[in-house]
Design a protein around this ligand. Structure first.
Ligand code: NAD
Length: 280
């Protein structure tokens, strides 16, 4: 499943939507510290913004930044009308309480969808901002007409960023969903039951061909830097078994960025009142 090609189409749609809004849209990105991978992600998000007419506001803070300073910056961005969406790149240095920072972002600007307000709306079946990675995966599955109704779906990974929202989105499409994690007994046996497998683990070769049912749809979320370069969580030999598979790179990654752009335009529509944001 070609996430790169789909993402290009989504970005074109978003560019047209931004132009038709007739008012500026801006995304503030906040990067704390100098983690190289986080730096790459933030820069590619900023570049994608520019390409669709969203203005990126770059905030780069030192790794020594204290929690109060970061809270003050988020507060300033919350009140800045030029800033439509706020993205604080995770992970944050250990002196900072990540959950506290996520909660400080005004829900109507929380384009990552990590604030409990937005995560809670997804849980209750009335989504507002949905985390970009699982939202992008759902778009890939729709594009390739993967039948989810009644399907057995197995999500490996239970993070708030990928695994949990992914499971909720599959559930909303009427899949029968199992979430696996480090304490799951006999992961291969559980995965073998699946029509749809989403691997969001962060370890290469977590899913191997012997674990995959013939013809299953396999989504590889993993980004692992190894001596052989960038690899996902799914072993190469799964290609022979899977009916559909997302490559790494060129699968989930580009759609994550495209979904973030979509969320940022959605934020602009919420803020103008064109879409109702459920605050009451
Ligand atoms: P995380 O570390 O927060 O969560 C990993 C999850 O995997 C945990 O819930 C853990 O229980 C589970 N897990 C770990 N080892 C396991 C094992 N052996 N068996 C079963 N479960 C196991 O990571 P995350 O933020 O959810 O990200 C997961 C992966 O996806 C990472 O490689 C990350 O880089 C990648 N990612 C990619 C994108 C993208 O755009 N492509 C976006 C976000 C994350």
């Amino acid at each position: 499943m070609d996430g790169k090609a789909l993402a290009e189409r989504v970005r074109k749609d978003v560019a047209e939507e931004v132009a038709s809004l007739g008012r500026p849209v801006g995304l503030a990105t906040v990067l704390v510290g100098d983690d190289p991978a986080s730096g790459v992600y933030v820069r590619s998000k900023q570049k994608a913004c520019r390409e669709v007419g969203i203005e990126p506001f770059d905030h780069n803070l030192s790794s020594e930044t204290g929690q109060d300073d970061l809270l003050a910056l988020v507060e300033q961005l919350n009140g800045d009308e030029a800033v439509t969406g706020i993205l604080v790149q995770l992970p944050l240095p250990e002196q900072i309480d990540e959950d506290r920072i996520i909660r400080s972002i005004k829900p109507i600007k929380d384009v990552d969808g990590f604030h409990p307000f937005n995560a809670g709306h997804l849980l209750q079946g009335s989504p507002t901002f949905v985390a970009a990675t699982p939202a992008g995966i759902m778009e890939i599955l729709r594009e390739y007409k993967v039948d989810l109704k009644g399907a057995r779906a197995v999500v490996i990974g239970r993070s708030n960023i990928v695994g949990k929202p992914m499971a909720l989105l599959l559930l909303a499409e009427h899949a029968t969903v199992t979430i696996c994690h480090t304490r799951t007994r006999d992961l291969p046996a559980v995965v073998r039951e699946a029509d749809v497998v989403v691997a969001a683990v962060g370890h290469p070769q977590t899913v191997t061909a012997d674990m995959v049912r013939e013809g299953a749809t396999v989504v590889d979320v993993g980004i692992n830097r190894t001596d052989d370069g960038l690899v996902g969580d799914v072993a190469q030999d799964v290609r022979e078994k899977a009916g559909l598979l997302t490559p790494v790179p060129g699968g989930v990654g580009p759609m994550t960025i495209a979904s973030l752009l979509r969320n940022t335009v959605r934020a602009a529509r919420y803020q103008s009142g064109e879409l109702a944001f459920p605050l009451d």
